[in-house]
Each structure stands twice: as structure tokens, then as C-alpha cells.
Design a protein around this ligand. Structure first.
Ligand code: PLP
Length: 383
């Protein structure tokens, strides 16, 4: 058993609320991706605390399972990987602010350059430090977030190739709706990307590493695999959308569990919780759980979500508080200390992140990344 948390180890070992990370499932998901993409490099996306699974440990395990490189959103996530001793290539996918560049070089992190201006800044900083900066150029093919417009990409390529202190390692873009049942916009984005890249053969130059495929594209657009893929959510066993093809079988990796801390009988007509949103329509048994929205168990789930106790589904009753919530177990039985599953499986019953996302009117990505760092992560493996 291995914990990854900001808190004192002996105290978190006693915390009843935990995230369990099933490393066997993660390994199987990475293997499924590898079988699907052949020789292409795999950049495992571990931004936002590895989608809630714990940044450092997850990064190490993914590399062990055959992921070649890592992608993060922010500089500080990349620095955290380096400080933990991880030496694999790391690309920071987000946009940069000028004064961050020297830190990228200091920590050997690859930089996303999305304009000629940023390339000049990177080149100057690298020159002053007597270094070469490893850069990936970002092309906007229709996401409209960061990146040079695809029609103007050749300008960016030319500047990068001329700069003395830049090593052009990759060129990439990002899909807006590759998880969709309608494939037309993804096809258009891929076409724009490939057209922009024609610059290299036209100039008689080898391609840098070309990458565009996220989870949705890996599942639905095999022609977008190119030299490298950037899976995120699928490594964690969750499909990127409700209508996406399940062309690779995936197993959920994360479970969220707690334990009963209090049991009581609530009388008919009695209301419980903030704002008294729930009233007992008959005498009933209610248990209290030491978990709330401050852990990332969304307040939006109040009076909506179910939890599993003893393999049975029971509804959350009343408002979820910051650190506690109540569950109506009717005439069922539960004792202090009994395990409660908020996300995951108990016997025949399962609560998926997709189910919670629907109840919250959001996407599984948000359910996973909402889980607060105060919840300890526990890593399980049979190997
Ligand atoms: C988050 C992200 C990914 C991974 O996306 P998934 O949908 O989780 O596979 C890939 N590339 C970029 C640029 C990203 O920001």
C-alpha cells in the first residue's frame, strides 16, 4: 500500500475516505492503447493531478506500463515531476508567459510555442543561458484555444528552423470534438493539420514528431495516430463521451470510498441537513458519512446520488455539506465502520463517474479532477 498526499502519513492512514487506484486496470488500458497505435509514441497526459489519480505515482506507473512521454498543463506540474526524479520527456501543453522560459530550460521541460513572438522569446532566453530549448509548435486547426492559425503555420516552422537555440522536436494540434458521433469536423481538422505539415517534405526536411490524437481520436480516427498520441481520460478507464466508439476495451481505474461514522433513526416528518431539503416520509434509518463537497463529492449530488453499502444502492438524503453527508438506508442495516462506495463497484452494483457526471450535468473529466488533494490515494496492484 502506498499513499500520496500532502498530509502526515500516520494520520492519513486513519482517514476513512480514500481514492483507490487500480494499477492492474491502468496497465490493461495502456496495453489496449499500445496494441491499437502500434509503433507510435504514447504521451500520457497527467495534468490536473493525473485526472485525480495522483500525479507522481501515476506518472511513474504509466512510464513503467510503456508510456514513452508525459504531458502536463502547467510549468509547475512539470517541475513536480522533475523534482520527483522523473527523467522521461515532459511537454507542457499550456501557453507560456515570458518569464517562465528559463524555468523550462532549468528543468529540461519541453515548451509549447504558439506564435512567432513566443519563439523569439524562447530563442533569446535559451541563447542567454547557453542552451537549446526543445520546442513543440502548436497549430490551431479549429479548437480556437492556443496555436498559430493553420493557414499561417509555415511562418512559424520557418522561424523555428532558423533559430539557433531552438530544437524543433514536434508539431501538434488539438481536436475540439473527436469524441463525437459526427466525425466531420475532426476530419477537417486532421486535413488542415496534414496540409500544414506538407511544408516539411516540400522543403526536403524530415518531419518533426507529429501529434494530434487525444482519447476520442485514438478510439475513432486511426488515421490521426501519426508519430505520437496523447491519451488522457482513456488511460484512466473512462470513455471521452457518451457516443464514442468503444474500439478499445477500458476498465475504470478509480474508486472513491468512505466509511459510516454515525447511525441514527430519523422520525417521520423530521428534516435533515442544511436548508432542510429532505424530510422523512416515515421513520427511517440514516447514516452519516465523513465526506463532502470539500473532498470533491459535488454538492450538486445532494438528494440525487446513490452510494453503495453492503452491495445495495441507497440515496443521499439532504444537502451534501463540506465535510459530511447523510444517506437514507430505509430499513437496511449498516454499522459504524462499514465501507461505503461513492464511485466504483460493490458486488453486482456499480456507480460510475459517468453516472455522477450526468447527475451533475457535467462530464466525467470534471468529476475526476474535482476530487480534492486532501483525499489520500491508495494504489493497488496484484503484481
Ligand atoms: C487534455 C489533453 C489531452 C488528453 O485529452 P483526453 O480527452 O483526456 O484524451 C491531449 N492533448 C491536449 C493538448 C490536452 O490538453
Amino acid at each position: 500500500m502506498h499513499m500520496d498526499s500532502v498530509f502526515d502519513d500516520s494520520a492519513i492512514a486513519l482517514r476513512p475516505t480514500i481514492i483507490e487506484v487500480d494499477l492492474d486496470a491502468m496497465r490493461a488500458n495502456v496495453r489496449g492503447i499500445r496494441d491499437h497505435v502500434g509503433d507510435a509514441r504514447i504521451m500520457g497526459t497527467v495534468k490536473a493531478n493525473a485526472y485525480g489519480h495522483g500525479l507522481i505515482r501515476t506518472a511513474r506507473e504509466l512510464l513503467h506500463f510503456g508510456v514513452d512521454e508525459l504531458g502536463v498543463a502547467f510549468l509547475e506540474e512539470g517541475i513536480a515531476l522533475r523534482r520527483a526524479g522523473i527523467t522521461a520527456p515532459v511537454l507542457v501543453l499550456g501557453g507560456i508567459i515570458g518569464n517562465q522560459i528559463s524555468h523550462f530550460l532549468e528543468y529540461d521541460l519541453q515548451i509549447t510555442a504558439s506564435s512567432v513572438y513566443k519563439l523569439h522569446q524562447i530563442d533569446e532566453t535559451a541563447a542567454a543561458m547557453g542552451r537549446k530549448a526543445a520546442v513543440h509548435l502548436k497549430i490551431d486547426t479549429g479548437m480556437g484555444r492556443i496555436g498559430i492559425r493553420h493557414e499561417n503555420a509555415s511562418q512559424l516552422f520557418a522561424v523555428a528552423l532558423e533559430a539557433q537555440h531552438i530544437e524543433l522536436r514536434g508539431v501538434y494540434s488539438h481536436f475540439a470534438s473527436s469524441h463525437d458521433a459526427d466525425h466531420s469536423f475532426t476530419r477537417l481538422q486532421l486535413q488542415r493539420f496534414n496540409d500544414a505539415l506538407e511544408f516539411f517534405p516540400t522543403e526536403g526536411l524530415p518531419f518533426p514528431i507529429r501529434h494530434i490524437a487525444n482519447s476520442g481520436a485514438i478510439l475513432q480516427h486511426p488515421d490521426s495516430v501519426l508519430d505520437m498520441v496523447r491519451p488522457g481520460i482513456m488511460m484512466y478507464g473512462v470513455y471521452p463521451g457518451p457516443d464514442v466508439q468503444h474500439s478499445i476495451p477500458l476498465q475504470p481505474v478509480l474508486s472513491m470510498k468512505t466509511r459510516v461514522v454515525y447511525f441514527k433513526v430519523v422520525r417521520e416528518g423530521q428534516s435533515i441537513g442544511y436548508d432542510h431539503t429532505w424530510t422523512a416520509d416515515a421513520d427511517t434509518r440514516v447514516v452519516t458519512l465523513p465526506v463532502g463537497y470539500g473532498d470533491g463529492y459535488a454538492r450538486r449530488l445532494s438528494d440525487r446520488a446513490d452510494v453503495l453499502i453492503g452491495g445495495t444502492r441507497y440515496p443521499v438524503a439532504g444537502r451534501i455539506s463540506m465535510d459530511q453527508c447523510m444517506v437514507n438506508i430505509g430499513s437496511g442495516s449498516a454499522y459504524n465502520g462499514d465501507e461505503v462506495t461513492l464511485i466504483g463497484r460493490q458486488g453486482e452494483e456499480v456507480i460510475t463517474v459517468e453516472e455522477l457526471a450526468d447527475l451533475c450535468d457535467t462530464i466525467p473529466y470534471e468529476i475526476l479532477t474535482m476530487i480534492n488533494t486532501r483525499v489520500p490515494r491508495k494504489y493497488l496492484s496484484t503484481r
